[in-house]
Design a protein around this ligand. Structure first.
Ligand code: 9MG
Length: 277
């Protein structure tokens, strides 16, 4: 057993868990972000929980390649009402996908159970804000920033460079009193990486497991799946599942996905088979 607390709840990370993606950016709502978006978010949350998600990852700033930053106030306005409503209505873990100190503090006060930061707490004030909460933190690697990260990513050795970076962020966290046991690591598939970099990172995921942290993987519907299969976003489920199955075999236990049910079923089988041998 490897139980990790996530706010008022906990998860056994010897088993796989699915994190359902809930983007609360205007372009993620069919109504363009109007009055109906809170209802829409709650409906999506209910569906993902019924399908077996263990956590819901709520994000108000798009981190897709080419995305521009949003203001702190915009992010607060998008994310906090959704977190509050989910925590009132459902007995689940809410992860807050943010790099912004004010959002970290606000989300923690509303009962969020995980800080998921694609900038590994590098944005001003984020480290201090995260350290003041008791929450676990997912530190993700990104080269550059979403606006330009896919222009010409380059590494000496992608595995060594990404693991070196993540360990340097762990060291910074520890200096501020954040215990290692609160940290999860994520190689950051698609964040300043070519197709070859992404494939190598998934192929070598075991090297990251050897660092001694729980791993989170986010590959759902990403460009690398489309590049390998030559398929549009709408047809990337099977490819996503292949990549996540590979990450599971190498030790990842948290999977950030759009399609919850197929992943819950696939991972239940993989985990059961692993425990029988
Ligand atoms: C917010 N977000 C988008 N992609 C992600 C990924 O791959 N990992 C994590 N931790 N967060 C992500």
């Amino acid at each position: 057993m490897s139980v990790m607390p996530f706010g008022d709840k906990s998860l056994d990370l010897s088993l796989p868990h699915v994190m359902g993606i809930l983007n609360v950016t205007p372009d993620s709502f069919s109504d363009g972000g109007s009055f109906n978006s809170l209802d829409n978010a709650l409906q999506q949350t209910e569906k993902m929980l019924q399908e077996g998600a263990s956590l819901i990852d709520v994000g108000g700033e798009s981190t897709r390649p080419g995305a521009s930053p949003v203001s702190t106030q915009q992010e607060l306005d998008r994310v906090l009402p959704v977190i509050e409503a989910i925590k009132k209505r459902f007995d689940t873990i809410v992860s807050v996908d943010t790099s912004t100190a004010e959002v970290i503090r606000g989300a923690a006060a509303l009962g969020a159970g995980l800080i998921n930061d694609v900038r590994a707490l590098e944005r001003e004030g984020a480290l201090l804000a995260a350290s003041e909460t008791e929450l676990p933190i997912c530190l993700m690697h990104m080269q550059g920033n979403p606006e330009s990260m896919q222009n010409s990513p380059s590494y000496q050795s992608v595995v060594d460079d990404v693991s070196g970076y993540l360990l340097s962020r762990v060291a910074v966290c520890e200096k501020l009193g954040i215990a290692k046991s609160r940290l999860l690591l994520d190689v950051g598939i698609g964040f300043g990486k070519s197709l070859e970099h992404n494939l190598t990172l998934i192929n070598q995921m075991g090297r990251f497991k050897e660092l001694g942290f729980h791993l989170l993987t986010g590959v759902s519907r990403k460009t690398m799946i489309g590049d390998v299969l030559n398929l549009p976003v709408s047809d990337r489920l099977f490819g996503t599942m292949g990549a996540n199955a590979s990450a599971y075999k190498s030790g990842s236990r948290l999977f950030r996905v759009h399609d919850v049910k197929p992943h819950v079923e696939m991972l239940a089988l993989m985990s059961r088979i692993e425990r029988e041998i």
